[in-house]
Design a protein around this ligand. Sequence first.
Ligand SMILES: Nc1nc2c(ncn2[C@@H]2O[C@H](COP(=O)(O)OP(=O)(O)O)[C@@H](O)[C@H]2O)c(=O)[nH]1
Ligand SMILES: [Mg+2]
Length: 324
Amino acid sequence: MIFEKVPTVPTSKELLDKSYKRASRAKHGKRILDRKSKLDAEESMVLTAANILTDNLIHIVKKFPSFDNMPPFYLELADVIVGVEEMKMNLASVQWAGNKINELARKYVGIMRSAEDAKVVRKQAFGRMSSIVDSVDGSLRFLNIARNKLRKLPEIGEGPTIVVAGYPNVGKSSFVALVSSAHPEIAAYPFTTKGLAVGHFERNRIRHQVIDTPGLLDRPLEERNAIELQAISALKHVGKVILYIVDPSETCGYTLETQMHLLEEIKKEFGIPMIVVANKTDISKTDSGADMSMSTLTGDGVEAVLDRLLEIIPPQDLNVINNH
Ligand SMILES: Nc1nc2c(ncn2[C@@H]2O[C@H](COP(=O)(O)OP(=O)(O)O)[C@@H](O)[C@H]2O)c(=O)[nH]1
Ligand SMILES: [Mg+2]
């Protein structure tokens, strides 16, 4: 997962406490006998504090993944979830603070050498450094919140991917659970109430993904807010084929006509291959006009549906060996 390794981002207070504690330890290590050693001690306090602050601030920036070579799917999701422009701005502020503190420390060490009282200068330096770190506290907090949201993104690779759509209760989750890893990974997304579930399975030594989309591709697109629409557009980047499940028994609570209407919408919106599969053949024999039929309860027809889906995935997409 791309954001998994981003560590917690400290607040300005945490950073300052840490660096001043280390600075005063640096001072206590020195024996103060004369003017020269007093100057040395104050100087090393400023340099220690500044080094720690600069290193920590720059480290925070380095640990965030670069948005320039991120797979489009993640980029769009990151944008939906936290806003990529805001992320970049806040990272730039933190970087600026790191550089600024380094610059200030050198300047104050210079001033200190010709000053009457090195301790007074050290205090001024600490004052300036503190206010710089405090000035990016908002950015640090923003980045920590962003980090916490982004690290929950489920593992969605660039490999061959089946997106499962259809009204609630038609059997989407049942299908995903049946064909993939026994317990699909469910990740909470801010734009769905239920989270996307991503299951994996292997075929011909290639890792495939199957994504269940509750809350996204299960009702008319006109009922979508802007964020959900963006999330849907992010899905377009990974989806190679759509499995649209209908429930002709209508025990899902939606008429077949309603279900067919959504199908048309999604077909238009995505423009990728799709197969329509009627589920629940164990309780309904109605001819629904679907391409295939199955029962995710008994398992009847499920293998055939999966085979057909895999045939449809363009061969070039099978060359993408999973990148995890
Ligand atoms: N009779 C029957 N019920 C099914 C079948 N597939 C799913 N169900 C039931 O339909 C309900 C909704 O299934 P679920 O997979 O959660 O649908 P989702 O909302 O589309 O993810 C559950 O109570 C399932 O047990 C099927 O093939 N036959
Ligand atoms: Mg479901």
